[in-house]
Design a protein around this ligand. Structure first.
Ligand code: AMP
Length: 215
């Protein structure tokens, strides 16, 4: 099963990704998580990309495509994968197409999660995430049992630097300009499925599952 999750920041891609990878037993490939882990570990890549992520700007396509190629060549991607936050530009989508052709793989579905901007802003401001397992909480809608502590890892949750209002507005602008055109791109290949992302996450997951299983 080869899937892509598309949608604005805060649309709920991470939450649906967690449901989908558990159900289909495929790896969750979040380019954002890979970048954050490199930044936290002060790797050479982390140092290179930090200024972009802090400002809510996109990391250059060639860096992202190199990360993705390395990741797709790992053995756990043999049964499939789920991309979350990739591709984000037309160049990345075209690069992925070439990579998949090289590997003899085909995308099954591109799932586009659509949410109103107002809700997205509210979600991102209240979002907290676990730096270890990436589990996502919302301090109002889905808080952890112990405030500020991950239920699974028992370590402090973080409020991402790029989830501050000014950076959020920038990320939304970048999404409109550079990522939204991918909806039309994948619609042309008849691989796109759009779901409204405002309701309960399990209800949304059921809708996605039904569509994915149609084949
Ligand atoms: P995310 O966790 O997906 O919201 O990504 C956080 C940040 O990482 C983004 O605002 C970008 O700076 C960077 N990033 C993640 N994925 C990509 C990508 N596919 N292309 C370019 N930059 C990315």
């Amino acid at each position: 099963m080869q899937l892509i999750l598309l949608g604005a920041p805060g649309a709920g891609k991470g939450t649906q990704a967690a449901h989908l990878v558990q159900y289909y037993h495929i790896p969750h490939i979040s380019t954002g998580d890979i970048l954050r882990s490199n930044i936290a570990n002060h790797t050479c890549l982390g140092e290179k990309v930090k200024t972009y992520t802090d400002a809510g700007q996109l990391v250059p396509d060639e860096i992202i495509l190199e990360i993705v190629e390395d990741r797709l060549n790992k053995i756990d991607c043999d049964p499939g994968f789920l991309f979350d936050g990739f591709p984000r530009t037309l160049l990345q989508a075209q690069g992925l197409k070439v990579l998949l052709e090289k590997l003899g793989k085909k995308l099954n579905w591109v799932i586009n999660i659509q949410v109103d901007t107002e809700l997205v802003i509210k979600r991102l401001i209240n979002r907290r995430s676990c730096p270890r397992c990436s589990r996502i909480y919302n301090i109002i809608l889905s808080p952890s049992h112990q405030p500020g502590i991950c239920d699974d890892c028992q370590i402090p949750l973080e409020h991402r630097k790029d989830d501050q209002l000014e950076v959020i507005m920038n990320r939304l602008m970048v999404y409109e300009e550079q990522t939204k055109p991918l909806i039309e791109y994948y619609a042309k290949f008849d691989q796109l499925f759009t779901v409204r992302g405002a309701s309960d996450s399990y209800a949304i997951f059921e809708i996605i599952k039904k569509q994915v299983e149609k084949g």
